[in-house]
Design a protein around this ligand. Structure first.
Ligand code: FES
Ligand SMILES: [Fe+2]
Length: 422
């Protein structure tokens, strides 16, 4: 018996016209497909690289290593306060411009200019070349022709996006579409306390996205983590999310929540009772001063509301909790069977030690779940690569997984078509 109403077509999968046949996971093991994804997806979509709070002052910068696009970029707030992006390469002989001890490690800081470690060429924060060592030794060199190579960069709701293509086909807000931009007024900026995890995962980037866009696995894989009564009930009823949304290449899933403080003490860990916190976040909610909650949130009107997880194509997730905090996930591919996972938690800054401890327990619980998910994915990847099986049935609660793989396939097909047309 479904707890929540299904669309008139009988299932979300049919409602969105995605087909119900078993799916191939060849797109997650094929090295050829991965090579195509580099160009077809990661150089043709807007990519989120962080938040404006990471650039608090004029001159603040950070670098982002984008192995999938074979580049590194510098994101900087220039002297006028504008956020800009450049390829992280010196115009003289191609040295990587900004790095610290290890060239492949990301870095951040504040600076008035960027100076190349090789021969000392200098660049202003707006990318213009401001100094060439022994300029008179060069031949007809005009510094004005040797600025850093710009990368398209735009900011939406405090999220910084870049586009690595020559000319984006759509503006950032056109690309994000109405479902995502409906979150515009959510007070992301008030939640500036940031906890950050980063880890290599030996699985295709789409597999980890899949693990976080269905909750079908939760009562099983995380059985020991979830309150036992909740797990048992969810498993018996067949866990269902009340709402799945699709808008262009993007997706959202919404879930009902639980109020942990109403659970019997034997359903909780002593630490959770002590800190009034856990996976679902701090039990005591900060005041976000909502004049009106953005229309796109809690689309099924759940009470209590659990979370809405917005999967922004290709590799970015904004997950907003009913308990007034949020998470972002990034999945940065490094090979067909490897990626870097980044999970970031954002809270209204703690004002008391109790709040600080509650944030820390939420962050640690999140990491614990992340480990369980990632561990399973590495096991999945190895057996997908055996190619013993080539078709996999996906249930209606896995509708978003089906959509992601369809969209990735469509973008790759579209790119191949464009190549043959040229
Ligand atoms: S490569 Fe940068 S100054 Fe020579
Ligand atoms: Fe999970």
């Amino acid at each position: 018996m479904a707890r929540f109403p299904k669309p008139p077509e009988g299932s979300w999968t049919e409602h969105y016209g995605l087909g119900t046949e078993p799916m191939s996971y060849e797109d997650s093991i094929s090295t050829e497909f991965f090579e195509l994804e580099r160009e077809a997806i990661f150089k043709r979509a807007w990519l989120n690289v962080g938040r404006v709070e990471q650039l608090p002052r004029n001159g603040s910068y950070f670098t982002k290593e984008l192995v999938v696009a074979r580049t590194s970029v510098i994101i900087v707030r220039d002297r006028e306060g504008q956020v800009r992006a450049f390829h992280n390469v010196c115009r003289h002989r191609g040295n990587k411009l900004v790095w610290n001890d290890f060239p492949k490690e990301e870095t951040s800081g504040i600076s008035r200019q960027f100076v190349c470690k090789y021969h000392g060429w200098r660049y202003d924060l707006d990318g213009s070349c401001s100094f060439v060592q022994q300029e008179q030794e060069f031949f007809d060199l005009d510094k004005a022709d040797y600025g850093l190579v710009p990368v398209h960069c735009d900011v939406w709701a405090g999220f910084i996006f870049i586009h690595l293509g020559k000319e984006p086909e759509q503006s950032l807000t056109e690309f994000l579409g109405p479902m995502v931009t409906a979150l515009e007024n959510y007070p992301f900026h008030l939640q500036s306390e940031r906890w950050f995890y980063r880890s290599p995962v030996n699985a295709n980037w789409k597999l980890y996205l899949d693990a976080f866009q269905e909750f079908y696995h939760a009562p099983v894989l995380h059985a020991k983590q979830t309150p036992p009564d909740f797990s048992a009930a969810a498993q018996k009823a067949g866990f269902e999310a009340p709402y799945y949304g699709i808008d262009g290449p993007h997706r959202v899933v919404s879930t009902a929540g639980i109020h942990p403080w109403n659970l019997a003490p034997n359903q909780l860990k002593p630490m959770e009772i002590l800190t009034r916190s856990g996976l679902f976040g701090p039990w005591d909610m900060p005041d976000l001063n909502f004049e009106q909650q953005p229309a796109g949130l809690n689309p099924a009107g759940c009470d209590p509301w659990g979370l809405d997880s917005f999967q922004i194509f290709p590799n970015f997730v904004i997950l907003i909790w009913g308990q007034s905090w949020y998470l972002t996930y990034h999945y940065w591919p490094t090979a067909s069977n490897q990626h870097i996972f980044e999970g970031t938690l954002y809270f209204v800054p703690a004002k008391t030690a109790r709040e600080r401890v509650a944030h820390e327990l939420a962050a640690l619980s999140f990491k614990e779940y992340g480990h369980q998910d990632a561990n399973t994915l590495e096991a999945t990847q190895t057996m997908l690569e055996s190619r013993v099986l080539d078709r996999f049935p996906l249930g209606d609660q896995e509708v978003l997984c089906r959509h992601l793989h369809k969209v990735a396939g469509e973008w790759v097909d579209d790119y191949k078509r464009q190549l043959t047309e040229v």
